[in-house]
Ligand binder design. Sequence first.
Ligand SMILES: Nc1ncnc2c1ncn2[C@@H]1O[C@H](COP(=O)(O)OP(=O)(O)OP(=O)(O)O)[C@@H](O)[C@H]1O
Ligand SMILES: [Mg+2]
Length: 233
Amino acid sequence: MLSLKNVSKIYQNGSEVTHALNDVSFDIEPNKVTVILGPSGSGKSTTLNILGGMDRPTSGTVSYNGNLINTESDGQLTNYRRDIVGFVFQFYNLISNLTVSENVAISAQLKGNKYQEMTEKYLDKVGLSKRKNNFPDQLSGGEMQRVSIARALAKSPKVLLCDEPTGALDTETSQRVFKILKSSKNQDTAVVIVTHNPLVAPIADRVIHIKDGHLDKIINNPSPLEVEEVDWG
Ligand SMILES: Nc1ncnc2c1ncn2[C@@H]1O[C@H](COP(=O)(O)OP(=O)(O)OP(=O)(O)O)[C@@H](O)[C@H]1O
Ligand SMILES: [Mg+2]
């Protein structure tokens, strides 16, 4: 339903040219967890930003349910980001002068969800109900990360894109978050988790390996493990 075809991305800053992605093609499916795995600098965040309509490829196409999103007007792209996509940013991107609760509510409200109910539900799921009236700079890094996860989930997005969603979390909290993300696929949602951690791969239905901006391989996993079954080391 969400598909990249022959996508390349070149960043140019002055005379410096970076080929962040080279001719990458793959599909993302609903009701499935897809893990995008690769080392630092391999192009994972670039891929996720393109899938989320926040960046456009230099060449190639991105389509959602058959509609090309990379050629759409800015207005159409805004609708896609607002109505379809939930995004967990690598560096959280919380709004610093809004409380925890407001950060989550504003996103759900954009989509017209029952936003107060959804805000409470997802803050509870990530274990942060007690911090709902705090501001982001009163939270630990891991707490901010969990707010950003609640914010993405409270929209009930059809495409949930998570960039290193447990990068700041301890093993136990990471497991809790992976369980929440994994169960999100059951609402016809395509769940995409970007990580450099190979231990995450067994929970995925599909693992897309990226190396130096190239698609290395795609592994389909017919019987993904439950989060509790994984040896987290
Ligand atoms: N806006 C930008 N301008 C110039 N170069 C960029 C830009 N964004 C990313 N890059 C470069 O593109 C390459 C891929 O970056 P990207 O952020 O996608 O990697 P990543 O796999 O997410 O890495 P990490 O695991 O460290 O987050 C890197 O070499 C990076 O320096
Ligand atoms: Mg990244």
